[in-house]
Every structure is written in C-alpha cells, then in structure tokens.
Design a protein around this ligand. Sequence first.
Ligand SMILES: [Fe+2]
Length: 369
Amino acid sequence: MWTYDNPVRIRFGVGSLDGIGELIHGRAYCLVTYDEAMFRDIARRIAAIAGPATLTIDNVIPNPDFHTLTESCARFAAAQPAPEVIVALGGGSVIDAAKVVAAGGNGFGAVKRFLEDGVGEEALTSIPIVAIPTTAGTGSEVTSWASVWNTDSGRKYSLSRRSLYATDALIDPELMLGMPRALTVSTALDALSHSLESIWNVNGNPVSTNHAVNAATEILECLPGLADDLENLDLRVRIAHAATFAGLAFSNTKTALAHSISYPITLRHGTPHGIACSFSLPMVMRSVIGASEACDTGLRRIFGSDLVAGADRLEEFLVTLGVSVDKADYGIDDGEWREMIETAMTGERGRNFIGSQERVTESLGAVKR
Ligand SMILES: [Fe+2]
C-alpha cells in the first residue's frame, strides 16, 4: 500500500512569468529575492504586471541562517499593509527563506522555538507562497520544507510543515538562461541527487520512483550539453522539467544518505549543496545494489541492466562535468569521512536510506581514486 500527494499547482513554460498577475490576483505581496541586478530586473517585470510589492526582502544569503532570517521575519511582521501572499523569486535559498518568513510572520522566535524544541507550532503563521525558481534543481517550489542553518552552532535544521507547500510554482525556463555554468551544474546535480535519493528510500513508491527515473534520465542525457551551451533554451527546458520531476519525487520521500552526508560538508568546508550531495552518489549507489528489488528496478530503468557498470558511468559523468568524487578534494580526511558516514546513517535523512551501514562502510574505498 502507498500514497502519493502533492498540492502545488504548477505552471510551466517559456514566458510563463507573464501570467504572474493571475497568481498574485491583486493581493498585497511581499517579494523575497536576492539583492542582485538580474533579480531586480525580473522584479520590475513582476511589478509592471502585478503592481509594486508591499515589501521586498532581499537580504537572502546562500544557506539562510538564523541571523538573516531573524531580520527578514521582523521586517515582514512590521510591514503595513500586511502582505497577503509571499512571492519567492530565486533559487533554493530564496524559496527556503520565503517559507521561513511564511511561518515566522510574527517573528523568527516562534520558528526558532519550533526548530530547536519541537514545540509552539500554534504560534507559526501560514502565509501563501507563489514560488518562481530561477535555478533548476532545488525542488523547494514543490516541497513542504525548508533548510535552515544555525551557523553559530554548526547545525542544520529542516522546517517542515504542510502549509509550507507553495500554492503555486511558476517555472519559466527563460529565467534560468543567465545562470552561470557552476550554478547550472551544481543545481542540476542537486536534482539528480533528489531523484536517486527518492529511489533508495524507505518512503519510495511507484509514483515517486517514476518521476525520479524520468528526472535522472534527462539530467544524465542533457546536463553535459547544457554545461557547454548555457544559452540553449531547449536544454534549459529539459533540465527544468527534470528538476520539477525530481522535486515531485522527493516531495513525498524526502532525501536519504547522500544528503545526510552533505550537510556537515557544506557547514564545515563550504562546499555548495549541489556538489556536496552528489559527489558521493556513485559510492552510495554501489552500496545499495541488491538491497531491494524495487530500488534495483528503478535504477535499471536509468542505468541499464548492469548496475555496477551504471555506478561507474555515474562516476564518469560527474568527473566529466568537473566534479571530483574524491573526498580529499573537499578537504575531508579519512577520519572525518568515516565520522561523517556514521553520523549520516543515524541522522533523520540517513534513516530513510534502504541500504546497510556495513555496505556503505565497505564501499567507502570506492570513492577514493
Ligand atoms: Fe538537495
């Protein structure tokens, strides 16, 4: 028995930003975005269609932390008139920050208490969100959680509530044309990781796996071409499709071991999320072959009948894109790596992984080159 559920209304297509007026529908809106010229240009387009934002929050940093989120929530709480909807324009960090503001409409204190102590959910707010992703990979526009980082204590939290699903995701691949190569590659690899992590997952089901297979197949086929041809709109569309499918897949399963391993790597070594959660994928894949018939079947639909050769191809794919699969290149030594794997296996996301700790430990050596 299984269930699959995702309430986000998706509007996808080149030029779909022009339909933003129908989604805002005359409501007072708060725009959450980055303080960069290209986002200000898109914000002006939105304002020309839907009127000016009541409030613009543009202090978003990569991996939003307690400090900036405290400031964002305070500004939202003080805004007059009170925004009725939040428009999130940007990558995963913007959409995650928008989700925190949607829950922390009365101030970040309530969110902090809920994250740290698991209490006080009744003090959280539920402001509707329209998400406009400008990268293809995060999936945050179709999930009900946000990553929140306490950089002081070195902890990563997940704020997870059903009301954090955006009401609408407006996905316009044209907005992704300006993204540089490194960001294009790392975000697409994040989506690849979401796909595979939803397959080797205790929460996997036929719908999530089907979305994941479609997503991973497209990313493996299209990403090398896009990395060398960043203005190719057809490839941008295909990668944006794939990222959406990957998002729909892991919206119902959450992630697993590769993501669990990635968080301390990002916190301690500053590795971008999409790289931190994908360079270990070949190792994780080798460790899970044979663990479950459903997982093997899903992986065979992507990699063909020989999954060992498939893991080798996956490694080659990453290396060809310039992504090292050697932990040492991320500043991680043997001792830290072993500690990271052990901690990751017992973490919340790690417990979603269907494989065994023994097999994972065994395949560690496979990461070394
Ligand atoms: Fe991710």
